[in-house]
Design a protein around this ligand. Structure first.
Ligand code: SF4
Length: 218
């Protein structure tokens, strides 16, 4: 028990140092998906599954000009919508999810995107990752956004030894200060795109290598 507490405290200390260093490195870290309200971020989040943020931004630039409300998406012609989001991949599944999700928002929430985790994950096509992103970036509720970079870096650095995203998230929730959860997610994502690459991390150029378990092992 005492050892567990010690390990957790030492991980919390590491997290604080990592946040401080990466804030210097990435002063502009923040959401990469473009949006101007919670509905737009929710739609962008659904489109971002197995697609790059840049591609999603390209598609939503036109999409958001045409569809302004949840009702617009709920009543959209499925073939037309599929065509408009075609380049983001798995377009049929995504178009159906967007329509179903927006129907639920219209019927159950009078057209407004709900702002709790429980309500968001109850919407068709909305998983915990998208829900966390909407809560954190659109509603300002601090949370860990479990994208592929956050998962990979948390494991490599040694902040979690779990494999499943929900278990990693649970570990991170215990060691990342609540007020820093959102920025922590964005900082890891920025670092994952630039330095801690999936295939070949550039450990020798990494500003947090002294705090990383992976670096100590190679
Ligand atoms: S030291 Fe290497 S593995 Fe660790 S965070 Fe930096 S780039 Fe990633």
């Amino acid at each position: 028990m005492i050892l567990d507490e010690f390990l957790m405290r030492s991980k919390s200390d590491r997290v604080k140092k990592i946040i401080a260093i990466l804030k210097e490195e990435y002063p502009d870290a923040g959401p990469r998906l473009r949006f101007s309200n919670p509905l737009e971020l929710l739609i962008a989040g659904i489109l971002a599954a197995q697609c790059t943020d840049d591609k999603v931004n390209e598609v939503t630039e036109t999409l958001f000009r045409k569809y302004r409300t949840a009702n617009d998406y709920a009543n959209a012609d499925l073939d037309e919508l599929m065509n408009e989001i075609y380049s983001t991949g798995t377009f049929r599944r995504k178009a159906e999810a967007i329509k179903e999700c927006c129907k639920a928002i219209v019927v159950e929430y009078k057209g407004d995107v709900p702002n709790t985790m429980e309500e968001l994950v109850s919407l068709p096509g909305v998983g915990r990752k998208t829900a966390n992103m909407v809560l954190a970036d659109a509603f300002g509720v601090p949370g860990i956004i479990m994208d592929t970079h956050v998962i990979r870096l948390s494991q490599r650095i040694g902040l979690s030894d779990k494999k499943m995203p929900d278990k990693i998230e649970k570990d991170l929730l215990e060691i990342v200060p609540k007020k820093d959860m959102t920025i922590f997610s964005h900082l890891l994502a920025f670092h994952g795109r630039k330095i801690c690459l999936a295939r070949k991390p550039k450990c020798d150029h990494c500003k947090i290598n002294e705090l990383c378990d992976y670096y100590k092992q190679v």
